[in-house]
Design a protein around this ligand. Structure first.
Ligand SMILES: NC(=O)c1ccc[n+]([C@@H]2O[C@H](COP(=O)([O-])OP(=O)(O)OC[C@H]3O[C@@H](n4cnc5c(N)ncnc54)[C@H](OP(=O)(O)O)[C@@H]3O)[C@@H](O)[C@H]2O)c1
Length: 408
């Protein structure tokens, strides 16, 4: 099996190294060797450790005109030029594998349709939750289950930052700088901390599970940039935990999608998922609740997912049968949910109130409420009270107020 690698950074070089080391395994599994025959890079001056005989080029034309490429693996950043390259590869009859979530969230539909026309496979295991085999697991489950709900931590950088703020009592900015120093955050962390990365991944899952094509802008994502140490400490003092959660919920053909910080209760499967880990909680109508947890990024975990796709590229697993006519739920704003409200000013009581306290934190007095109300009502309040923080609560029972230092 001859492979062309587009991109030779963290992921691409990891794929190359694994392929070099795993020939015996490939021979046993596939009855053939897997060979990287060409590599596309951008900067020709960077030193690369690559075997003699492999074409290393910054000119895609040199790769697409090769006659013997079976699979093109794409691990570049951003929608272009990867999209154009993968289209050309599919049109030429190559199978394609991508790790690029931004590209696949924007153009997955088009690539899948084009691949069906040309009778080749498009695989994207590494694009969602890195080393966690979520795509394969969902495809497998879908043969007999309807997936009713997914709640997931899909961005390791955000999860790391929230864990650092909580455990080390750091500010958001301080924790973000720590994430950059540890190599978990890019110099420009927008995609991670503003929720875009998790959004790309949940869009890919929605397409996979429900065949729904989301209009860009139809769902708004919210990141973690305005979460403070005080928000986290107050949440913890009530027995909850703040997490950045991407969710999908399907009922009777209606689909709800969200990407935002939420408060979870201690019995929630995501409560104890800390550091750079990702985790996905799946609810299937027959299988019940499952949780997958592990490294959502990193050279070898991500490259491992790409190589899994390579190994499966010639397998003939049928695509799952998807539910028909799924509609995005637009009335979600009118559904009643529990919310945690935090503010320094006095905010009027809304909905059904189960907790209403004044709590002293770091020398400041906060009004903290747990209410059951609609998102519409929360949005209205936040327009009026600019510093009001509101987090939807997910999980089981709302615990009693215990450790908080309460003033009258
Ligand atoms: N890193 C992870 O843990 C991880 C996890 C899951 C998914 N992903 C996804 O995998 C993809 C690759 O990520 P990465 O971390 O490996 O990125 P990276 O380290 O920045 O590597 C990107 C590679 O693409 C090449 N490249 C960039 N622009 C190009 C262009 N216009 N033409 C040709 N080559 C170009 C770069 O060439 P030079 O080497 O010459 O600069 C480099 O080799 C991204 O889409 C990312 O979202 C990454």
């Amino acid at each position: 099996m001859n492979v062309a690698l587009l991109g030779f950074g963290t992921v691409g070089s990891g794929v190359y190294e694994i392929i070099e080391k795993q020939q015996e395994r490939f021979r046993a599994l596939l009855g053939r060797e897997v060979e990287v025959v060409a590599i596309l890079i951008q900067d020709k001056t960077k030193p690369r450790v690559v075997e003699n005989g492999v074409l290393v080029t910054s000119d895609f034309e040199e790769i697409i005109t090769l006659h013997d490429v079976d699979v093109v693996v794409e691990a570049i950043v951003g929608v272009e030029p990867g999209y154009t390259y993968l289209r050309r590869a599919i049109e030429k009859g190559c199978h394609v594998v991508t790790a690029n979530k931004e590209l696949f969230a924007h153009k997955g539909f088009e690539l899948k349709a084009l691949a069906a026309e040309h009778n080749v496979n498009v695989s994207f295991e590494a694009a969602v939750a890195g080393g966690i085999p979520i795509i394969g697991t969902l495809k497998q489950l879908l043969h007999v289950n309807q997936v009713l709900k997914i709640e997931a931590i899909l961005n390791g950088t955000s999860n790391y930052i929230l864990s650092e703020i909580r455990e080390k009592e750091r500010s958001f900015v301080d924790a973000l700088n720590g994430a950059k120093e540890a190599g978990y955050a890019e110099a420009d962390p927008t995609n991670d901390v503003d929720g875009f990365d998790a959004f790309f991944k949940i869009v890919i899952l929605a397409e996979l599970l429900y065949g729904i094509r989301l209009e860009w802008g139809e769902i708004k994502q919210k990141g973690i940039r305005d979460i403070t140490l005080e928000d986290i400490q107050l949440t913890e003092s009530l027995g909850f935990r703040l997490k950045h959660i991407a969710s999908l919920e399907w009922e009777d053909g209606r689909l709800k999608i969200g990407v935002e910080p939420k408060v979870v209760t201690p019995d929630h499967q995501l409560y104890a998922v800390d550091g750079v880990d990702n985790a996905v909680v799946i609810n299937g109508d027959l299988v019940g609740e499952l949780k997958l947890q592990g490294p959502g990024a990193g050279k070898y975990p991500t490259a491992s997912a790409v190589v899994e796709d390579l190994v499966n590229v010639f397998s003939s697993i049928q695509d799952p049968v998807l539910p028909k006519d799924v509609q995005l739920e637009k009335s979600e704003r009118t559904l009643v949910h529990p919310w945690l409200l935090i503010s320094q000013t006095s905010v009027p009581v809304v909905g059904e109130v189960s907790l209403d306290q004044r709590i002293q934190q770091n020398g400041q007095l906060y009004s903290v409420k747990v209410v059951r109300t609609t998102r519409t009502e929360i949005d209205r309040l936040q327009l009026e009270y600019k510093e009001l923080k509101a987090y939807q609560i997910s999980g089981g029972t709302v615990p009693e107020l215990t450790k908080a230092s309460i003033t009258a």
